[in-house]
Design a protein. Structure first.
Length: 516
């Protein structure tokens, strides 16, 4: 940047002295946070739409999908005092979450469900080492209460059976130990009775007493286990029957809408951020100037190209083309008025054919209304420029634009052959002053759109210089380089690049010397 260069260049103003040889920054660069935020601001309509869609879907979840009803019940569970109560409560919670309990509930209520389906609808939460809260969800309030009560009953039944089974197994084991001891006592009684009162029976009496003591201890253990089991079973009870958990429909609607809004917003922001990071399409002036090897002398705001009823909607914009197109037209008029003699200018669109067409129309209208003889040559693929003037056939036509008469000649290229190879006569070589420049014409504007791979003859036969029009974020560096080489290979220098949709936070100038 020179000393005279401005520190800030507005988007809608051309750059003066754009002949610096300072190269642009590398095309492959790290995407910074500012770039991502700029993309989010630029594409705010996308993530705003996704957020609104998410909000609508969240509301639809509440209104379309039937709500679920939840009922809860609280149990007081008594455990063996000799056990760890925390571990016992964990065991009870595990028993609740078994297929045995679920199948018992299904059998009691004859539910059209599988055990796995019912298990997914309820859960148990340990409030303390002795209190377990059971909650169950069902399609209706009545079903939620009924199923919760059945679940509590089935759980307590299964738990009781498990305790009784365990106690019975322990008692059976202990009784199996008592049986041989009782048989031994009876044998010792027989031996003592047969010996009579004798000193030799003292050892027999001692053995008999030890066996009786063991029998008594085992019997006490059996009685204790049975008493503990009865205490656990009898002490366990339901603190309250199933009660329905109250839910506010307004709160549920607000929560679902909020979740949908957040989800849609996150999706939209994520899409924009990811596309910004992974895209190889150019937006910054320096990148575009480096790809085309020509200065970006004018950058304007965005232009919305219509996708349906295109001809009619573009024709409506002829009289009110808008600020971006008006500034481009003024820029083109400056190039045409720059120098004596007949001016030949090629307006080449890479991805901006609609605004380029309107800019050419606006340029011709202004020049014609100032009594300047202008010739327009339409070489665009779909002949939109000709169609806007009502011209349907190739050749030279006198047309009226905003009250002025502008000589306009349309030259249609030949169709491509079946193999896709462009014919050599795709763009016929004119004889200047005879073929398409009307008599007395002072200026000629040629509108065309190029793509890498097009078969283009010597463009120097059509114009003296080229102005390239690009839309930010639409083309890759490879495509721009291909079009630039195509133009220069045709014998035209690129003296100016016009950028549509430039970012307002783009602090680069695109100030490269044009390559001839």
């Amino acid at each position: 940047m020179t000393v005279e260069s401005p520190l800030h260049v507005p988007i809608d103003e051309p750059l003066d002295g754009a002949t610096s040889h300072t190269p642009g920054r590398p095309l492959e660069q790290f995407v910074g946070v500012r770039t991502v935020f700029a993309a989010l601001r630029r594409r705010r309509h996308l993530w705003m739409v996704t957020a609104i869609v998410g909000l609508i879907l969240g509301i639809a979840v509440t209104t379309v999908i039937s709500p679920k009803f939840t009922a809860t019940s609280t149990l007081l569970l008594v455990h063996n005092p000799n056990d760890n109560p925390t571990l016992d409560m964990a065991t009870d919670a595990a028993i609740l979450d078994t297929a045995t309990v679920a199948e018992d509930v299904i059998a009691r209520l004859r539910l059209p469900l599988t055990a796995d389906q019912l298990l997914a609808d309820y859960q148990g939460v340990a409030i303390s080492d002795a209190v377990l809260q059971v909650s169950l969800t069902a399609p209706s309030a009545a079903e939620a209460v009924e199923r919760t009560n059945a679940l509590v009953t089935s759980f307590l039944s299964v738990r009781t059976q498990l305790f009784q089974t365990q106690t019975q197994a322990a008692v059976t084991t202990l009784q199996n130990q008592v049986t041989p001891l009782e048989a031994n006592v009876r044998s010792l009684d027989s031996q003592i009775a047969a010996a009579g009162p004798s000193s030799s029976t003292a050892s027999l009496v001692t053995d008999r007493g030890q066996d009786l003591l063991q029998i008594s201890q085992i019997q006490q253990t059996i009685n204790g286990d049975e008493a503990a089991t009865n205490e656990v079973i009898d002490g366990t009870r339901v603190l309250g029957t199933a009660t329905l958990v109250k839910h506010s429909s307004v709160k549920r609607l607000a929560m679902d809408a909020t979740y949908g809004l957040i989800g849609g917003l996150a999706l939209g922001l994520g899409l924009v951020a990811i596309q910004t990071v992974v895209t190889d399409r150019l937006r910054r002036r320096d990148d575009i100037a480096a790809a085309l090897r020509a200065p970006v002398t004018l950058s304007v705001g965005g232009f919305h190209s219509p996708r349906w009823m295109r001809l009619w909607r573009l024709s409506l914009r002829l009289g009110r083309s808008g600020k971006p197109v008006s500034r481009v037209a003024r820029h083109l008029r400056g190039l045409l008025n720059d120098g004596p003699g007949h001016r030949w200018l090629a307006v080449v669109s890479i991805d901006s054919i609609d605004p380029a067409t309107l800019a050419v129309c606006a340029t011709a209208a202004t020049l014609a209304n100032h009594d300047r003889r202008v010739t327009l040559v339409d070489l665009s693929p779909d002949r939109m420029l000709s169609r806007l003037f009502g011209v349907r056939q190739p050749g030279a036509h006198e047309v009226s634009i905003e009250g002025a008469t502008v000589p306009l000649r349309i030259i249609s290229p030949a169709e491509a052959d079946t193999n896709g190879d462009a014919a050599a006569e795709a763009f016929p070589r004119p004889e200047r002053g005879e073929t398409y420049a009307s008599e007395g014409s002072e200026m000629t504007i040629v509108l065309l759109e190029l793509r890498p791979g097009d078969n283009i003859p010597d463009l120097a036969e059509w114009a003296n210089e080229a102005v390239v029009m690009v839309t930010a974020g639409h083309s890759t560096a490879a495509r721009m380089r291909g079009v630039a080489e195509l133009i220069r290979g045709g014998g035209l220098p690129i003296t100016s690049v016009v950028l549509f949709g430039a970012d307002r936070d783009d602090d680069t100038l695109g100030n490269l010397a044009p390559v001839t």
